[in-house]
Structures are given as structure tokens and as C-alpha cells.
Design a protein around this ligand. Sequence first.
Ligand code: NAD
Ligand code: MG
Length: 395
Amino acid sequence: MSIKTISILGSTGSIGCSTLDVIEKTNNNFSNGIGDVKFEIVALTANRAHRQLIEQAKKFKPKMVVLVEKEHGDELISELKPLGIKISFGSDALIEAAQMQSDMIMAAIVGAAGLGPTIEAAKRGANILLANKECLVCAGEVFLKTAKQNGAKILPVDSEHNAIFQVLQNPNEVEKLILTASGGPFLNTNIDNLYNVTPEQAVAHPNWQMGRKISVDCASLMNKGLELIEASMLFEMPEDRIDVLIHPQSIIHSMVSYKDGSFLAQLGTPDMRIPISYCMGWPNRLQIDSPRLNLAQIRNLEFHAPDNNRFPALGLARLAMRLGGSATTILNAANEVAVNEFLNCKLPFMQIPTIVCKILDMAQGNGNIVALNDLSEVFNADEWARAKTFEELSK
Ligand code: NAD
Ligand code: MG
């Protein structure tokens, strides 16, 4: 029997809620004598969903909650203080939450905003359950070095990387990593029609329920581009040994091919609770009730090559990987700004990769692609790219 402590950065999001669901079911199993692990929550954090955070805190009784935007902070104070829960506000409080002692931290904030607190948890050697791929995309080398120096284990939550993590045997015998991609909602949309798609169409992912930002990235295939960078960092694999394969059913979550021609894959229903629970239970598996895969019912699994013409984001990510250093930070920052503008109906969908490409070109031309040695250099590159993207958008 063991009690594990966990903090969840971004508990009100899609990954955060799925994590709480796994915790609730695992703790119920524990009370019913099934399974020998129980989770206790140290900290929960949210950006501005104050009501949801209050309800989560009442149910799961963390030691601490953080709300970044303190607009409705008085409600947290009046409802949670009597329960003995510590309440903090602002982005500095995310660092405080990450520093609190816990066995593991679920890094589920969206975007580069997750970087600071996740690195803080790495500094104290916690197991990092990494959903926030931006840590590896924006600050891969700095983040990995911090984790290594402090003995923090990185456990990939992203389903593709979790699949590879599960089937990776001797890394020296690996030929290639093959990341699968559903292709998103516009897999079969004609290029002419891609110019007029709406945010609501873009976030309507066929297989996965996710936050709005990552959903748009799935629609543009930028998510797969970010995942190429993530895989390269995590598994120390060069860009030309990672392939992307469109697989609309999202049943095979990724594959590893070996030098003898063997391919190993991880399969499952598209349910993020599977990779989340794998990381939470590692090195053991937790008992969870996700719907079981029924291949006889699914019958057909399809695969084809991605269309780089309709989805230029993949090529941009590969270019950034080859350039190295700040290039992937810049790609990510420009994309975050552009996606936000698209979600606010201020930028057409197909302009997202166009603007990212422009900013990358500009960075190359101006000598802004440099090695990043510490977090402040990462934040400088991120800020530069955001400012340039806004400047370009205002033209
Ligand atoms: P989401 O938008 O549903 O949730 C984001 C969470 O982060 C929320 O709790 C929100 O309050 C918090 N947040 C947002 N901006 C913040 C800020 N500036 N400061 C502090 N907190 C902030 O996102 P999601 O879909 O859960 O994705 C979270 C991360 O996991 C992303 O990096 C995403 O790429 C990755 N991921 C998600 C999925 C998925 O299925 N949803 C799969 C793989 C990877
Ligand atoms: Mg993924």
C-alpha cells in the first residue's frame, strides 16, 4: 500500500479534469480494496475558472489552490479558507505551488505559461507528468538539463510520446519513431475551403476532447509539428528519424521501428486517461475504466502520408528543428499568438502558418536564432517572437 502526493498545474483544463477523474476512481478503488495506491493532492491551479477551481478544491481538499487572475478571488477566500486551504493569486503563486513538496506534478497548463512552474518542480526532483509539450518545444535543453541535474523523471503524457515511452526498448536499436496523427477536422477539406473555416469548425476534433488552443493546432497539424520537436528532445532522436503518419482512427498512438524491421506500437481507445494513468502509476499500471478497444467493431485502421501542401506547419516545425536553439521557441511563440488571433476571429486559419513562417524567416535574417543557455534567454526569445508577431499582424 502506498500514498502518493500530486499537484496539478492547470487542474481546470481538459488534462487537469481527466487527471482528477483518474485520482477519484483510483482512490475509490483503494477504499474498496482494489489496487494499493491512493493519491493525495497538494496543489491545484487555474488561470481564471474560479468556480470550477472552488468546486474541485471542495471535493479533493488540496493543501493549496492558485488562481492566476484574481478577479473573483474573494469567492475563493470566503469558501475555501474555512476549509483550511491556502489560497494564492497571480503567476508567481504558480511557482510557489510547484515548489511545494509532492511526489509528482501534472504539468497541464497550456502554452509557454507552463514553463516556469514546471521547471521549478524539476528543480526539486519531482516526477514530472508532462502534458505541457511547450516545456520541450520552447526550452528543451534547459528543461532537460534541469531535470537531469536534480533527478526529476519526465513521464510523457502526450499520447504519442506516452506510446513511444511504453514500447521503447533498447534506444541503440531504434531505427525510427513514427508519430501518428488523426489529421484533425480538416483532413479531407479542400485547400480553397481552408481559408474560410471558423474557430468552431477548427476546435471540433473528430476523436479527442481537448482545450481550444491544442485543438486548433491539431487542425493545422502544428500540434504534430510541436510533437516532432517534443519527441526529438525526449528521445534524443534527430529530425530525419521521426516520421509522421496520418491515422484517422487514433487507435495506434505511435510506433517505434527497430533495426531488424520490427515495429512496436501502443494501441488503445482515444482517451487521455490512459496515458495520464500510466504516468501516475509508473512503473506500475493503475486499474482504470476507460472504454476497452474493440478492434472487431472498428474493423479498419487507415494510414497515409500527411499533405504538406495543405498543412505547411509540419515543414515549418522540421525547419525549426534543423535550425535548433531559439528557432523552436520562436515557432511556438508566433504560433501561440496567431492561434489566439484566429480564435478571436481576427486572423484567417491559413494565415497561421504563413505568419509563423514569416517570423521564422525574420529571425534567421536578423541573427535571432541562437543557442539558449538558461530560462531568461528562453523568455527573451519568446518575447521577441511575440512582439514581432503582433507587429506583423498589425500591418
Ligand atoms: P486547456 O485549455 O483545456 O486547459 C489549460 C489549463 O491551463 C487550464 O486549467 C487553465 O486554467 C490553465 N491556464 C491557461 N492559461 C494559463 C496561464 N496563462 N497561466 C496559468 N494557467 C493557465 O488545455 P488542455 O487541452 O488541457 O492542454 C494542456 C496542455 O496539455 C497543453 O500544453 C496541451 O498541448 C497538452 N496536451 C493536451 C492534450 C489533450 O488531450 N487535451 C493532449 C496532449 C497534450
Ligand atoms: Mg498528442
